[in-house]
Design a protein around this ligand. Structure first.
Ligand code: SAH
Length: 352
């Protein structure tokens, strides 16, 4: 693993093999590293909680390292049971995460950056600019803190909160190694989805790693004219280049790509848009996830009506492209796609 972006004191961002090496260099036996690693991933927030280590070792570790944690600063519960957390990070910055309950288990949508650089016109996160990348341990801590608070095991993860995961590539890869490790939370790669606005160079790189991760691509438009207006990233890599990378990803990994498409009334939801989209996706192992665009102050966008949504699905399916309309969870607490910001401003959900 690349250690260039690693804060040497941040022990929870270290992989088990890195920890073995470091603790070995301190003259500790091999099994110690695994013991410490297991404690960190069980969610201890202080070395004093590592009860099977000697007091002197606990002290030595706390001199050398810090344990990163995400403090629940505020919590909103939706009528549908979805929970939105506002977490405070060690330096006082904030991110949001959303815990959702499905029949197959609990899924958490987590953030990878404080803010975002991508500036998609329909999304709240970019409106307040970009502050910094999250470390692997900060990404992981959102799951640990939510799981502890909710008193339940979280089985699925979506990297679809604040930020662009592939713009924080090294830390995200490190996080994936941590969260899937058998001595850690041991969450299967197939239970993890990563959503990107389309950083093509990183999609190729990720494909070559052949992880069994689900790649979601925020497409949101059938052509470059519409996409460049709503998503500035399209000026860097256009739809043709993006779809070429997607095809490469699914060829390499055998995994179906999930394309996200926020339906905005009068912007990208016309019949011809569905037809053009189906044409573009021909030959790619794909599924289209339609999301009636969620309200974000200042965008002026309106969501497509129910009839439009059904018609769009039918037009895609008739052309051999499978599509579903994503169920919206947590909209009463502004926890839906594109509504996450650094601070909870208002929201009518019940606070606890
Ligand atoms: N940066 C990543 C992940 C974060 S956004 C990405 O772009 O994919 C998660 C998803 O919500 C993306 O598909 C994003 O385009 C979508 N989204 C953003 N704002 C939205 C809105 N107002 N309504 C519906 N979906 C939105």
């Amino acid at each position: 693993m690349n250690t260039e972006f690693l804060n040497p004191r941040d022990i929870k961002s270290k992989t088990l093999s890195e920890l073995r090496e470091e603790l070995g260099a301190l003259g500790l036996p091999k099994y110690r590293a695994e013991q410490v690693y297991r404690w960190l991933h069980r969610g201890v927030t202080d070395f004093s909680q590592m009860s099977d280590l000697s007091k002197s070792l606990r002290e030595e570790l706390s001199q050398k390292y810090d344990i990163v944690w995400a403090e629940v600063e505020r919590k909103l519960v939706s009528k549908d049971g979805t929970v939105k957390y506002l977490f405070r990070l060690p330096d006082g910055q904030h991110v949001e995460s959303v815990l959702m309950h499905y029949h197959h288990g609990s899924s958490i949508c987590i953030s990878t950056q404080v803010g975002c650089k991508m500036n998609c016109s329909f999304c709240a996160t970019g409106q307040s600019g970009f502050s910094r990348n999250l470390s692997a341990s900060e990404i992981l801590s959102q799951i640990q803190a939510a799981s502890l608070d909710a008193g339940e095991r979280i089985s699925h993860i979506v990297l679809m909160g604040m930020g662009e995961p592939l713009d924080n590539y090294e830390n995200v890869l490190r996080f994936l190694e941590l969260v899937t490790s058998a001595e850690g939370l041991n969450i299967g790669m197939r239970h993890i989805s990563l959503s990107t606005c389309g950083l093509v160079d990183k999609i190729y790189d990720l494909a070559d790693k052949k992880l069994q991760l689900t790649l979601s691509v925020s497409l949101h438009a059938p052509n470059d004219e519409i996409r460049s207006k709503t998503m500035p990233v399209n000026k860097r890599w256009n739809i043709e280049e993006l779809l070429r990378a997607c095809k490469y990803y699914s060829d390499k990994t055998g995994r179906r790509i999930s394309f996200e498409y926020a339906m905005i009334s009068g912007v990208n939801d016309m019949d011809w848009c569905a037809k053009e989209l189906a044409g573009k996706l021909k030959g790619i192992l794909a599924h289209v996830n339609l999301i009636p665009v969620n309200d974000v102050t200042g965008t002026g966008y309106k969501k497509s009506g129910l009839d439009r949504q059904k018609r769009f699905v039918a037009l895609l399916e008739a052309r051999g492209v499978t599509a579903t309309v994503r169920r919206t969870l947590g909209s009463d607490i502004e926890a839906s796609c594109g509504q996450l910001r650094r601070k909870v401003e208002g929201g009518t959900g019940h606070e606890s």
